[in-house]
Design a protein around this ligand. Structure first.
Ligand code: NAG
Ligand code: NAG
Ligand code: NAG
Ligand code: NAG
Ligand code: NAG
Ligand code: NAG
Length: 688
């Protein structure tokens, strides 16, 4: 009994083995009426639903999905051509169910490929088959039939609903708008690939005729008598001895559900017809609407339209820019407001990193490159001179010096100019000098910064195509990069304010304490007025305090006066920053303090040029003597000049701020108080 059972068992096993052996050899023919339990090679987003529906992608963006028959197909290309045939026939049913009606991407392809590894392939228009490098390369050995729902001009697609035959790349050797031949009507009828309805496809290749036919039809129609595409193609150059057959689908920025319902394949004759009634059903989308609900839905739709419209106009307003014809040539330097808005998270206060005389500065990250930027928002009243200014700003974008903050570009809105700079992680120098929360800079760092700023200023004055005046040199306009190198920012911006003034007024732009008294006479900035400001900057870095500090006793309010007094008494080092605790190179400190005094000379002719300043700092020339003129380096003299000249030319003070300045100066001269002048960041405007 046991022996009988054993022999029966043995027989059963042999039979099973035989069957599976037959199966393994039988790889030139298969049929799937639905994919329930099918052992396909799937990757990417591809999956098989419980009902046997194969889904290659869902409606998420930038997806790929592949499904391959797991065993290779022998094409016998190495056999002599008389003894082999490359013919094949396949029949399948696809469905593309778009996320939104009438927009869908990108498509499905039937593919014959030497490998199932598409890990290097890209989604969107590359359909999960190729990438920009290998597209079109004859070493790919890939044959495909694409069902493409997006028009990709780079591949010379004819429309957004076409079927194409692809050899090694996505530029189809032949393609036609999707259509089928109706056997009953004896005419062609167009077919919409993204209708959401299943479409049956036949691909037949006859190796003797070297003819490839692709035929489409709605799911329940019989095979049309005429194919959509009948293309001469010799596959012997393309197919290798063993190949894999399968499907790829991809989505892009718009997406579609890509499905496969059934598939048959045959190397020895016509592919078996699919059992249409057995094919899995697509998931239901949309429901029928009861009439009483219809009104509600129409009302909701109406509301939606209003909200969408309002949102649209709100967004347009939100991102509205000013962009005139003459700006075309600055295209590459132009940033869209939307980009900057996103980069700075909507100019949130959290992103604010500074606010100076010219406007607020926001930190941001460019959405595309993740590059960190600083965006300066400069407000302006009129459009006058904007063209010249923008052209100047853009040409300044070409300024390249390791001690300048690179200007990346700009954007323009109504009453607002936005300048985009490289982000400087360490912020501005004044914080290190005056803010006890920041670490102290040692002398060698400070000296390095001074030399860097001097060389940047020399570049602006002497070394570029045209002279660029900075007009607002001061510690708060010197930014520190990640290596604590000083970089001069805000160059040329002061000019903007000049231009913005009406024809009757001249505005003096600069910051009190750094502002050349000569400017108050002539109204004109010069190279020499930049040197004056640089002098104030030198003293500020060496002494660790601002040029004007109204909170100090009368004789210490003006830094230059204090340093001058120390120098005359032969104790110039007493003026150095106490936070340095005497840790500095004495010669360098003396040189910087003296140079500060030289540059602060109220008479422009007696100040050194920036070229000379650099030579002194580099030790390539020795400092000249400082003239012992009583009036010079005396800020009271400077202020008297300012007020006296105002009176002489009978200036009417056009601007509240200006009147504030002058009144407080006068008050200060008479009574020794300067309370309304605590901010050294103020821009001085004087009307004429
Ligand atoms: C698409 O499939 C992926 C992976 O299964 C899933 O994370 C994602 O949520 C799906 N998207 C949609 C729209 O269903
Ligand atoms: C391919 O070659 C193998 C053996 O070399 C043979 O068994 C098979 O029938 C051939 N297939 C076709 C389609 O010619
Ligand atoms: C493109 O795909 C090929 C493999 O087919 C791969 O070697 C190459 O690195 C890919 N190129 C890119 C840019 O991904
Ligand atoms: C095609 O691909 C091969 C192998 O990847 C490479 O060596 C060759 O340079 C490519 N040809 C072209 C024209 O890119
Ligand atoms: C149908 O379309 C195909 C492909 O465009 C074309 O070759 C054929 O002549 C058309 N047939 C009719 C009856 O218009
Ligand atoms: C391809 O289509 C042409 C024209 O209808 C037909 O003559 C030919 O037999 C077809 N070939 C195959 C392999 O179906």
């Amino acid at each position: 009994m046991a022996a009988a059972f054993t022999s029966f068992y043995f027989l059963l096993c042999s039979c099973l083995a035989l069957i599976s052996l037959a199966r393994a050899e039988d790889t030139d023919q298969f049929i799937y009426n639905g994919f329930g339990g099918a052992n396909l090679h799937l990757d990417g987003n591809a999956k098989i639903h419980h009902n046997g529906l194969l889904q290659l992608t869902n409606t998420s963006k930038q997806l790929v999905g592949h499904a391959f028959y797991p065993s290779p197909i022998k094409f016998n290309t190495s056999s002599p051509s008389s003894a082999r045939s490359l013919s094949f026939s396949t029949n399948f049913v696809i469905a593309m169910v778009p996320e939104w009606k009438d927009t869908s991407g990108h498509g499905i392809v039937f593919v014959i490929s030497p490998s199932m590894d598409f890990s290097h392939a890209v989604e969107s228009q590359y359909l999960g088959l190729f990438n920009a490098t290998n597209n079109g390369n004859s070493s790919n050995h890939i044959f495909a039939v694409e069902f493409d729902t997006i028009l990709s001009p780079e591949f010379e697609d004819r429309n957004n609903n076409h079927v194409g035959i692809d050899v090694n790349g996505l530029k189809s050797i032949q393609s036609e708008p999707a259509a089928y031949f109706s056997n009953e009507e004896r005419k062609n009828r167009s077919l919409k690939l993204i209708s959401g309805h299943p479409i049956q496809v036949w691909v037949d290749y006859n190796d003797e005729e070297k003819l490839l036919n692709v035929t489409l039809a709605p799911k329940r129609s019989p095979k049309p008598d005429q194919p959509l595409l009948s293309t001469s193609v010799d596959l012997s150059d393309i197919l290798l001895d063993t190949m894999y057959v399968g499907f790829s689908a991809a989505t892009g920025s718009i997406a579609s559900n890509h499905y496969l319902l059934g598939w048959s394949f045959n190397r020895r004759g016509q592919a078996q017809s699919l059992e249409i009634s057995e094919l899995p059903k697509l998931p239901k989308v949309g429901r029928r609407i009861k009439p009483d609900r219809l009104i509600l839905i129409i009302a909701a739709g109406f509301l939606l339209v209003i909200i969408t419209g309002a949102t649209y106009f709100y967004r347009r307003k939100k991102y509205e820019e000013v962009n005139e014809d003459w700006e075309q040539e600055y295209g590459p330097q132009r940033f869209s407001y939307k980009t900057l808005y996103k980069a700075t998270q909507g100019f949130r206060d959290k992103q604010l990193v500074g606010a100076g005389g010219f406007g607020k500065v926001y930190k941001g990250t460019l959405p595309s490159s993740k590059e960190q930027i600083a965006v300066k928002k400069v407000s302006h009243e009129s459009n006058q001179g904007m063209k010249e200014f923008v052209s100047e700003i853009v040409s300044m974008g070409r300024l390249r010096h390791k001690n300048l903050v690179p200007l990346l570009g700009y954007c323009r809105r109504k009453k607002e100019l936005l300048l985009v700079y490289d982000y400087m992680p360490n912020g501005s120098l004044d914080q290190f000098l005056f803010d006890n929360d920041h670490p102290n800079l040692n002398w060698s760092q400070r000296f390095q910064i001074i030399r860097g700023v001097a060389s940047a200023l020399r570049y602006l004055h002497e070394e570029w195509e045209q002279v660029v005046l900075h007009r607002d040199v001061k510690a708060s306009n010197v930014l520190l990069d990640s290596n604590l190198n000083g970089r001069l920012g805000d160059f040329g911006l002061a000019r903007f304010y000049d231009r913005d003034a009406g024809p009757q007024t001249t505005r003096l732009v600069g910051t009190l304490g750094y502002l050349d008294p000569e400017i108050t006479r002539t109204g004109k900035a010069t190279k020499s007025s930049d040197v004056f400001a640089f002098g104030a900057f030198l003293l500020e870095v060496a002494c660790g305090r601002k040029p004007i500090d109204p909170h100090r006793p009368r004789e210490e309010i003006f830094l230059v006066e204090l340093v001058n007094r120390c120098w005359k008494r032969g104790i110039i080092l007493d003026a150095s920053d106490p936070r340095l605790q005497g840790n500095y190179v004495v010669e360098e400190m003396v040189k910087v303090l003296k140079l500060g005094l030289l540059c602060s000379n109220p008479r422009p002719g007696r100040r050194p040029t920036i070229k000379e300043v650099v030579q002194y700092l580099d030790g390539n020339a020795s400092l000249p003597d400082i003239p012992l003129d009583r009036a010079e380096n005396n800020p009271s003299f400077v202020l008297e000049t300012l007020t006296r000249d105002s009176a002489e030319t009978n200036l009417s003070v056009a601007n509240n701020l200006a009147s504030d300045c002058i009144i407080s100066f006068s008050t200060f001269l008479g009574r020794g108080s300067l309370n309304s002048f605590s901010s050294t960041d103020t821009v001085l405007h004087v009307g004429r």
